[in-house]
Design a protein around this ligand. Structure first.
Ligand code: ZN
Length: 309
């Protein structure tokens, strides 16, 4: 083999070794890089999960805070009312707070009636000598008219719950809300002689259906001298007609002792048989609580309102 050929062979070998070394180094670098990216990715995923958890906890705490604020609001208003009702300015602060703490006012409210169960509900209320509040809608058949008259004549409060109960129409604008409101208020006055001044928004003031700010409607009601009432206790019959009687009773009664004012949401609807079956037990359980009374909503009743100014 010539010298020149040997030299070329050596150079080629060197070149191959160099390429091999470079390839191995590049390979190792790639693996390290890949591993790093993988670790980073995992860290990012963990961080995202933690963020979600934090967000969830925050929203839970916010809900809790809102509930506490709501409860505080209610009790502070009640205190003022009780002091006023007491009418004895000499009464000591201690005596006043004892009166406040001792009494729990409970308001049974029935939405969506009249229905095929209204008569039965009225009979049960009569049996227990209890007055309630009916937030009714515009039903113009003769049976409904008779039931509306009975509600008023038997000393229950007649409240408004919109004429049509069609969210998309009522909440379209203040004008359409006002037209629906007037129609119901006039209709109830014609049938019963009662000019209703209490209102419950379909879906409550905290409904998420209305695109118009609910305060626009609330302000309109205020201009009409009408107060709106939401609820701070839900029987649960709105979300399920199949809720067992014992669940309805438990939902209606479990929080009363923590509040001065409990406004309970129930439904007077042809689809809510269980509510009627539960009613005697609901009333009995409430009346069995210490220093607790069941009252109809009147203009003196402190409103429970989900939206705050
Ligand atoms: Zn309703």
């Amino acid at each position: 083999m010539s010298v020149a050929r040997k030299k070329r062979a050596r150079t080629t070998r060197k070149l191959i070794i160099l390429i091999l070394v470079v390839s191995i180094i590049t390979g190792i670098c790639c693996m390290v890089l890949f591993w790093k990216v993988h670790i980073l990715n995992e860290a990012l995923q963990n961080a995202a999960e933690q963020m979600d958890e934090i967000k969830e906890q925050l929203s839970k705490q916010q809900e809790l805070l809102e509930e506490i604020i709501r409860m505080n609001d209610t009790s502070s208003i009640i205190t003022e009312e009780e002091v006023y009702d007491g009418a004895d300015e000499e009464q000591s602060a201690q005596e006043t707070s004892e009166v406040v703490e001792a009494e729990h006012k409970v308001y049974l409210t029935f939405d969506d009636g009249p229905s095929k169960y209204t008569q039965e509900i009225l009979d049960i209320l009569d049996e227990y000598q209890v007055k309630a509040t009916f937030f009714v809608v515009g039903k113009e058949d003769n049976t409904s008219k008779e039931l509306l008259k009975k509600i008023a004549e038997e000393g229950h409060s007649l409240g408004m719950h919109s004429y049509s109960h069609k969210y998309e129409e009522i909440y379209e604008s203040v004008d359409s809300f006002a037209a629906d409101f007037k129609e119901l208020q006039d209709y109830l006055y014609d049938v019963t002689g009662v000019k209703s001044i209490i209102y419950r928004f379909p879906g409550g003031s905290s409904n998420v259906v209305s695109k118009v700010d609910m305060w626009e409607f609330a302000d309109y009601l205020e201009e009409q001298g009408v107060t709106f009432y939401d609820w701070n206790i839900s029987s649960g019959d709105g979300s399920s007609a199949e809720l067992p009687v014992e669940d309805l009773v438990a939902n209606c009664t479990k929080d009363i002792k923590y509040r001065n004012t409990s406004i309970i949401l129930l439904h007077d609807s042809g689809e809510k048989r269980n509510t009627v079956d539960a009613l005697p037990f609901i009333i009995e359980n409430i009346l069995a609580l210490e220093d607790t009374v069941i009252l109809p909503i009147t203009e003196e009743t402190n409103p429970v309102q989900h939206i705050k100014k």
